[in-house]
Design a protein around this ligand. Structure first.
Ligand code: MSP
Length: 474
């Protein structure tokens, strides 16, 4: 029976071009989407760009460009980027889309019973686009650790979403894994945060923020960018114009660890206020660092993704970030590690395996297994259902290494030399089957490579590719 799966990714701010830190959301979602499609599910997969807020408005002004043009240009860069990553998304939303803006205003109106106006004085970080508590302000000595900028003091009249109305329900949902938070250790962290969260300001006075969705019925106020942005996950499905129950609640919402808090508190509160079900899983991944440090323009260590893609092509890029970035921990990117992964693993372990086995098959005239269907692998399926993608990829790689070893042990070339051709055919066919099983499990991670392997070993006559899958010394 076909299942409907809805996967979402965080929508990046368009205050610049994509960097390698932005890849994880897309690659993780794409891997799961391809896996689910292999299993016969229908997948809807949203991506998009978060285009409102002062941070973006200021950047456009600094660049001397009209904000509409600035966001359109950067949004396109993200679209091109995900295209280049081979990501099969189904929907792309821009928060400046007219339909989105109108729908967010309708959402606001539906939430009205939980919204009130009050004045506020507090510390704000524009990089994070959020108010911090007095405690946080003191702990960080007045400077945001993520953005290295002093907090600003804001005194304003704002609208508030009464989080208190939903706290108990959200708490119970997280505790009972009705919203499953991954990794597990973040669950406690989110429950603690929830407990400490006051009602959330969801608007800014227009004199402070002009670049945003106007609050319906009050032309002095503009919506808080997170309220507008979080709503994208349902407006993209057509809410509230359409019945979204075919794809909502989301199966998995993928976000970075820094923004899990918004998805565990404000987002569930909004959904409960709208009478909508809560997402089934919130998966938060770690950060990509370079040489162990956070990437930042001021440190000059921002890695340009196109440069990485240009070096060895897409499979190497997907390989590195899906296997060497542990799904639930921070990962490090350095060119040395990237070169080593390419040469020692992709080229040696996998590229040589394909070349070697295809050459042996050719010598013995082995016919490709054109109608072979791989059986399910229960270990792999179990890890995939835990959404522990890097671990599943490790498992696949373990099978690649084991197959290399099996060839060494079974020595089909000796059987050929001794004239035991029947036995050689049997051994080689067994090895080909195992490689095709590997290709099936590899496909969600490295779709093009898996396709190539399948083409070689299901062809009428197996022969090695003219150039190896992962040529060395490029
Ligand atoms: N606009 C918000 C998200 C709104 S979702 C309703 C935002 N944008 S962002 O551009 O700052 O981040 C987009 C995604 O990229 C987030 O999931 C974030 O965690 C992720 N990453 C940004 N830098 C990252 C790294 N260096 N490493 C890994 N992921 C990081 O937050």
């Amino acid at each position: 029976m076909s299942k409907n799966i809805y996967l979402t990714t965080a929508i990046p701010y368009v205050n610049g071009a994509p960097h390698i830190g932005h890849t994880l959301d897309y690659l993780l979602a794409d891997t799961y989407s391809r896996y689910q499609k292999q299993k016969g599910s229908s997948v809807r997969f949203q991506a998009g760009t978060d285009e409102h807020g002062n941070k973006i408005y200021k950047k456009a002004t600094e660049n001397g460009v009209k904000v509409e043009e600035y966001v359109a240009e950067n949004s396109q860069k993200f679209r091109d980027f995900i295209q280049r990553l081979g990501v099969e998304y189904t929907d792309f939303i821009r928060t400046t889309d007219q339909d989105h803006e109108r729908r967010v205003q309708e959402i606001w109106q539906k939430l009205a019973p939980h919204i009130y106006k009050d004045s506020y004085e507090g510390w704000y970080c524009e990089g994070c686009e959020r108010f911090v508590t007095e405690n946080e302000y003191e702990e960080n000595e007045g400077v945001c650790p993520d953005h290295q900028k002093p907090y600003e003091k804001l005194e304003e009249e704002n609208y508030y979403l009464r989080i208190a109305d939903f706290k108990d329900q959200i708490k119970a949902a997280i505790e009972k894994d009705e919203i499953k938070i991954l990794p597990e250790f973040r669950k406690k962290e989110m429950l603690k945060l929830l407990e400490d969260t006051p009602d959330v300001s969801i608007s800014r006075p227009k004199k402070q923020l002009t670049w945003g969705v106007p609050v319906p019925g009050d032309d002095t106020q503009v919506m808080y960018v997170w309220m507008d942005a979080l709503a994208n996950y349902i407006t993209v499905l057509g809410y509230p114009d359409n019945d979204i129950s075919d794809f909502w609640p989301a199966s998995v919402q993928i976000v970075g660890k820094d923004i899990l808090r918004f998805h565990s508190i404000i987002w569930p509160a909004m959904l409960l206020g709208l009478g909508l079900p809560l997402p089934k899983v919130l998966l938060s991944h770690g950060f990509v660092l370079t040489n162990g440090a956070k990437m930042s323009k001021s440190l000059g260590n921002v890695v340009e993704p196109n440069e990485v893609l240009d070096k060895y092509g897409l499979p190497a890029f997907r390989y590195y970030f899906l296997r060497h970035a542990d799904t639930f921990a921070d990962a490090d990117f350095t060119w040395e590690k990237y070169d080593a992964a390419y040469n020692n693993e992709l080229a040696n372990d996998l590229g040589n395996l394909v070349q070697r086995l295809a050459t042996l098959c050719k010598k013995s005239n082995i016919v490709g297994l054109y109608d072979y269907v791989s059986p399910d692998d229960s270990t792999y399926d179990a890890i995939m259902s835990d959404l522990y993608f890097s671990k599943a990829f490790d498992y696949v790689w373990g099978n690649i290494q084991a197959l290399n070893k099996r060839i060494d042990d079974e020595k089909p070339w000796v059987l050929v030399k001794e004239g035991k051709s029947e036995q050689a055919v049997k051994v080689l066919t067994g090895l080909v089957k195992s490689l095709l099983d590997i290709a099936t499990m590899l496909a969600p991670f490295l779709p093009d490579t898996a396709e190539k392997i399948k083409a070689i070993f299901t062809a009428e006559a197996i022969a090695p590719p003219k150039s190896p899958l992962f040529p060395k010394n490029k």
